[in-house]
Design a protein around this ligand. Structure first.
Ligand code: HSE
Length: 317
């Protein structure tokens, strides 16, 4: 195999109560990545949409993730000369960088997934997640997995533990849909993590782990009422909400129209709302538009089913 075309989905991390542990994949938007094994050593990445890449490759999430994969590959294959493998990569970013819907995760996860295919699948899913997490470390300062895991595995994923890495895929109720609004302001993940408290109250912890357990139960029982009651974050959201214009108004208005609930997507600035069914999800997206149209902030909205498959690929001859 010489080349693959990869579709890497946008993702929503945290899913309200599950800070750093729960995430889900969207059907739309998704990045397109073309990967070719090359006779020339090294990794060459081009953005096909004209926007620039970081000048320093060490700051490029895709480059770093792929380098980790190649290093491991060379160790395991006992290669003498690590410069023997080359990759040409063309990225079409449909997921806006800095949007809070897993743009860096899509690049990192998509590239390691594609490289694994081209090398004959030497790595397991958990290894691919680990490589992609190294890309996340570059993007945000922390190697969190709640975007790269759902990007690679699809559906809703839960990180039970980071050390050792233990990730499981959860059930996705049939009629679960998502609405997203992306206010086009900059919120750096590293800054949004910096402002968080390092210690939390026991009463908040109890409420949060009750919500996480019930959210997982709600997903399995396809109990939309339980899902709705569990979409509450008493630890992170109260601190980060100030970063997002009209955040509480958005939440209230979306729930009034029928959304199950939602919160900040990852570290923001996007906000997500879950709904039962396409019809309600579209109404929720309309309300998001109504809340934001009087504000002096550019924004984009999306309505999507949950992506159950994760990254998809096709061979290029
Ligand atoms: N769990 C991470 C955070 C996701 O909220 O900081 C970042 O996209």
């Amino acid at each position: 195999m010489k080349g693959v075309k990869i579709f890497a989905p946008a993702t929503v991390a945290n899913l309200a109560c599950g800070f750093d542990v729960i995430g889900l994949a969207l059907d739309f938007p998704k990045d397109e990545i073309f990967l070719y094994k090359s006779n020339y050593p090294g990794i060459r990445i081009h953005r096909m949409d004209g926007s620039p890449l970081p000048n320093d490759p060490k700051k490029n999430v895709a480059f770093v993730a792929l380098q980790f994969l190649l290093k491991k590959y060379q160790q395991e294959q006992r290669f003498d000369n690590e410069k023997k493998i080359g990759f040409e990569i063309e990225l079409i970013k449909n997921i806006h960088p800095g949007s809070g819907i897993g743009s860096s995760a899509a690049s990192a996860a998509g590239i390691v997934y594609g490289a694994n295919k081209l090398l004959g699948n030497p790595f397991s899913t958990i290894q691919l997640i680990r490589f992609a997490m190294e890309g996340e470390r570059v993007a945000s300062g922390t190697a969190h997995a709640d975007n790269v895991a759902p990007a690679i595995m699809g559906g809703v994923t839960l990180v039970r533990s980071y050390k050792p890495l233990d990730i499981t895929k959860l059930n996705v109720p049939n009629e679960l849909w998502i609405s997203i609004i992306h206010p086009q302001i900059e919120v750096k993940t590293s800054d949004a993590r910096e402002i968080l408290k390092q210690k939390i109250l026991m009463t908040d912890a109890i409420r949060q782990w009750g919500n996480i357990g019930a959210l997982v139960a709600g997903l399995y029982q396809e109990d939309y009422g339980l899902i709705s009651r569990s979409l509450e974050d008493v630890i992170v959201e109260p601190i980060r909400a100030v970063l997002i214009p009209a955040f509480y108004e958005l939440k209230i208005r979306c729930k009034e129209i029928g959304a199950l609930g939602g919160g900040i997507s990852g570290s923001g600035p996007s906000v997500f709302m879950l709904s039962k069914g396409n019809h309600t999800a579209k109404k929720v997206t309309e309300i998001m538009n109504k809340v934001y149209s009087p504000l002096k902030v550019d924004y984009k909205t999306y309505t999507s089913p949950i992506n159950r498959q994760g990254i998809r690929w096709a061979e290029i001859l």
